[in-house]
Design a protein. Structure first.
Length: 221
């Protein structure tokens, strides 16, 4: 008789496969990782992977969406404990959180930079749509919590701020390394190509927040 897994067992195996892929991504480039490597890391047969994820991109898209969903949930908990703030205080909070995202969630940030140029082409649509619905729900909740901290801030705009934050970080990451090729320095004569992700992401996001808060509010906070 075939060994039929329960829904709970299937969920656990899918998580085991995804965790194995995440572990590999921490030490390997995406292009270096194969489905066979993920299977070995997860301790399952290669054919088993295809019962859960049709492509490598589907695994990493799931990791990306679930990773941001869980990060947003953590942020909701932290933010909910904060008192009301002025616009200047909200800006400082969001910029500090930008630094935290870059420095403490580096693997997630690195994975996000692959979403458009790499993952979209071969990720499973059904899995991706389901994951984005879950992420959107949590993003809306996060916006609602942030809006309670700054009276007058629209909740939808507050939620959108985290999308912009992510876009700024990913954009800078995709433009960084122009003075390198395959991790080798091309020349010392490319100073304008060098990007400090942590510093410049905060600067760029800060400029955006200044413009948004100036537009959103008619009085000084």
């Amino acid at each position: 008789m075939a060994n039929v897994l329960t829904p709970t067992q299937k969920t656990a195996r899918a998580r085991r496969i995804a965790t194995a892929a995440w572990q590999l991504f921490q030490t390997h480039a995406f292009s270096e990782i194969s489905m066979a490597m993920i299977a070995r890391q997860a301790g399952v047969a290669k054919g088993t992977l295809f019962n859960y994820y049709q492509t490598k991109e589907s695994i990493f898209m799931t990791l990306l969406l679930e990773g941001y969903r869980d990060y947003f949930r953590q942020l909701i908990t932290r933010l909910a404990a904060e008192p009301q703030m002025t616009s200047a205080q909200v800006k400082a909070y969001l910029l500090a959180e930008t630094k935290t995202l870059i420095t403490q969630h580096a693997t997630l940030v690195r994975l996000n930079a692959l979403r458009g140029p790499v993952l979209e082409a071969h990720a499973d649509r059904t899995q991706t749509v389901a994951g984005r619905r879950d992420l959107y729900t949590v993003n809306v909740q996060l916006g609602e919590v942030l809006a309670t901290k700054l009276p007058g801030l629209d909740a939808q705009m507050a939620a959108h701020l985290f999308v912009i934050q992510s876009a700024i970080i990913s954009g800078l990451m995709n433009l960084s390394g122009l003075d390198h090729f395959k991790q080798t320095t091309l020349s010392a004569d490319f100073p304008a190509f060098q990007i400090n992700l942590e510093v410049e992401a905060q600067q760029t996001f800060g400029f955006y927040l200044d413009g948004i808060f100036k537009e959103e509010f008619t009085r000084e906070s």
